[in-house]
Design a protein around this ligand. Sequence first.
Ligand code: ZN
Length: 232
Amino acid sequence: MFDLTKAIQQATQVVFLTGAGVSTLSGIPDYRSKDGLYANKIRPEYALSHDYLVEDHQGFHQWVLANMYHPEAKPNIVHEVMARISNHKGTIITQNVDGLDRQAGANNVLEFHGNLYRIYCQACHHQFDYAKYRQSDVHAEDGGILRPDIVLYGEQINPDTLNRSVAAVANADLIVVVGTSFQVYPFAGLIEYANPAATLVAVNREQIPLPPKAQLVLGEAGEIFTQLGEQL
Ligand SMILES: [Zn+2]
């Protein structure tokens, strides 16, 4: 079996590409999985779309408060070990919008799809905190609509985040994919920028389609990173 500990020890620059599977361990459901939010009446791809925010900002506000925010969630062992490694030599590029990598102390994080707890007024761009957003999604002073700084369906990835992500992937000699089936574009497309000499590893509890030459470490990320944390 592929030796992930050894690969991390030998690597110069490690990039972690992460998805919902990392945060489910912290009690945050994956809204794309069938055990996740599909149980709710409204399809998440619509609820989290730019169109919905424009057409019904109150509905959007209620939906995200009910389904996306888990302020009580704490980083888990996977966040903690990735933070340690990436602070030393690497970057975490995450699809997750929960901010748990930063909470775990990671300094080199690219939040590809933004962060739920960064909230701003669309009219004046003033920033607000989550407590304020819970109360209202309207900025009383100018009537602007407040929204989380996340990339909604129908919106573009922040160009600076995209460029920095591409550069990090291109510079990595080890790329570790954790907790994502790697089907969401453009995130999944980042892998195309990898150096052909780089090692690509996926940690997943089930077999997933992977690019040629990629290694798969099959198992629960929580267990694998617990072991990793003890060995590094
Ligand atoms: Zn405003």
